[in-house]
Design a protein around this ligand. Structure first.
Ligand code: IMP
Ligand code: MG
Length: 186
């Protein structure tokens, strides 16, 4: 397709294909279904990056569950975290006594989720776990336990399947390494 071909020109290479994503998400859904058997977890989507992953994942979980959405940001348009976390949209419901599963697109420095898990623990959740599509362990700046990881990736800036650069590329079905010339001028 014309439109897709144009966006794909900005990538150096494809890192994870949509078929590999679908398979990993299916397996993760099965594992979560087993691990949370008998419970009714709250699946918490971290906007906007986790949206495609979240939508696919919840349909692979065979349990009663509820959905929440939060928007946090530590980024702006840059490709490096500022280290400052801001809550832009908060939970709609009380999570006291609930088993919360945070669904995130990528853990990089770990700063965002470190802050967020502490914040949610202070609101009385029974348990808090993290499911992330991608993990860049090489870039960790704070200690963070990721409970579910679909793919560990090398230290490269990636886009697609929800991940953006300056709000673009979120609609790519695959995940690819963004060509440095795109953000070089930064
Ligand atoms: P952290 O706080 O450094 O772990 O950053 C987490 C957030 O940074 C993610 O939710 C993404 O929004 C963003 N991020 C980190 N690495 C990438 C990347 O390679 N591509 C796009 N966004 C990224
Ligand atoms: Mg994000």
């Amino acid at each position: 397709m014309e439109k897709t071909a144009k966006i794909y020109n900005d990538l150096d290479r494809i890192l994870v294909t949509k078929e590999e994503i679908a398979e990993a998400v299916r397996k993760l859904g099965e594992q979560i279904t087993r691990d949370y058997a008998g419970k009714e977890p709250v699946l918490l989507c971290i906007l906007k990056g986790a949206t495609p992953f979240f939508c696919d994942l919840i349909r692979e979980i065979d349990l009663p569950l509820t959905l929440e959405f939060m928007a946090v940001s530590s980024y702006g348009a840059a490709t490096k975290s500022s280290g400052v976390v801001q809550i832009r949209k908060d939970l709609d419901h009380d999570i006291t006594g609930r088993d919360v599963l945070i669904v995130e697109d990528i853990v990089d420095s770990g700063v965002t989720l470190h802050y967020l898990s502490k914040h949610l623990a202070g609101r009385g959740a029974a348990s808090i776990r993290i499911a992330t599509l991608l993990d860049k362990p090489a870039r960790r700046r704070v200690e963070l336990k990721t409970d579910y990881v679909c793919f560990e990736i090398p230290d490269a800036f990636v886009v697609g399947y929800g991940l953006d650069y300056a709000e673009k590329y979120r609609n790519l079905p695959d995940i690819g390494v963004l060509a440095p010339r795109i953000y070089e001028a930064e």
